[in-house]
Design a protein. Structure first.
Length: 272
């Protein structure tokens, strides 16, 4: 079973004042299951994990509604205010939906890089663990040290780093990103998504992605790397099938079963 473990849907009418801006014409329109279904069929992808894009419980409800009517959506990663006094009760309510698999605070957009270190998160994390939810970490390299402390404080919480922490591929900077993510990769509860890298390459050729992708596979190994398309954001940089083919070439063939499906099924408890 092949799984795209990171994709998005949205309606532009719901996103007034939110990203993406109108100048990003390739993605400034509605994207719904009917737009993605043909891509999945051609690529041989059996199902997806739908990931939040707004700090809004209405967006989470929208995604869960789509999941109810769209068989290929196997799981949803939603959002709630994890520091709100009522966060544990909200998490318990959201977790009653069988396709709600995780939560994602948009750490890259939070002004305080150390937001994730606040003990006020502990009650929400306890609720996530109780209800078997995972934590998607939308971070930049500068957030990796605070994320390391968070992951060490909550060793029982499954964590996945989205988009390899968005390394500065377009700037050709490697060492600082490598040093920070290498330490996180030593923690067994931390996984990493092979996603979003083509967008981070900017005007660089797709080949510029390869050293970063190979490093992710080398550090996290065949059991903790999870492939995702980041579609439709991917449209800013490339084509769905081309990105899949590029990753199939980078990942050793004997690890394809895990990276392109098995790890996502296990991590997100898809079907559970």
């Amino acid at each position: 079973m092949r799984v795209d473990a990171h994709q998005h849907f949205w309606r532009i009418a719901d996103r007034t004042g939110q990203w993406p801006p109108a100048e990003l014409q390739a993605i400034h329109r509605d994207f719904l299951p009917g737009d993605m279904r043909p891509l999945l069929k051609v690529a041989g992808i059996d199902g997806t994990v739908l990931v939040q894009t707004m700090e809004s419980e209405a967006d989470t409800a929208f995604m869960l509604d789509l999941a109810d009517s769209t068989p290929f959506i196997l799981g949803v990663v939603g959002w709630t205010d994890m520091k709100a006094p009522g966060a544990p009760a909200t998490i318990a309510r959201l977790a009653r939906h069988p396709k709600l698999k995780g939560l994602r605070p948009m750490l890259q957009d939070i002004a305080d890089d150390h937001w994730i270190g606040d003990p006020a998160l502990d009650a929400a994390v306890a609720a996530m663990r109780e209800h078997h939810l995972v934590f998607d970490a939308l971070v930049l390299p500068r957030h990796l040290e605070p994320l390391l402390a968070f992951a060490r404080r909550h060793p029982g919480l499954p964590i996945v780093i989205d988009h390899g922490a968005k390394p500065p591929i377009s700037e050709g900077r490697f060492i600082d990103w490598y040093a920070r993510i290498k330490v996180l990769a030593e923690l067994p509860n931390v996984h990493c998504k092979l996603s979003g890298l083509l967008t981070e390459a900017g005007d660089q050729k797709p080949q510029a992605v390869r050293p970063y992708a190979e490093t992710i596979f080398d550090l996290f190994g065949r059991e903790r790397v999870i492939w995702g398309s980041d579609w439709p954001v991917l449209r800013l940089a490339g084509d769905y099938q081309a990105w899949l083919d590029q990753c199939l070439d980078i990942v050793p063939a004997d690890a394809h079963g895990e990276v392109f499906g098995g790890n996502a099924q296990r991590f997100y408890r898809l079907g559970a």
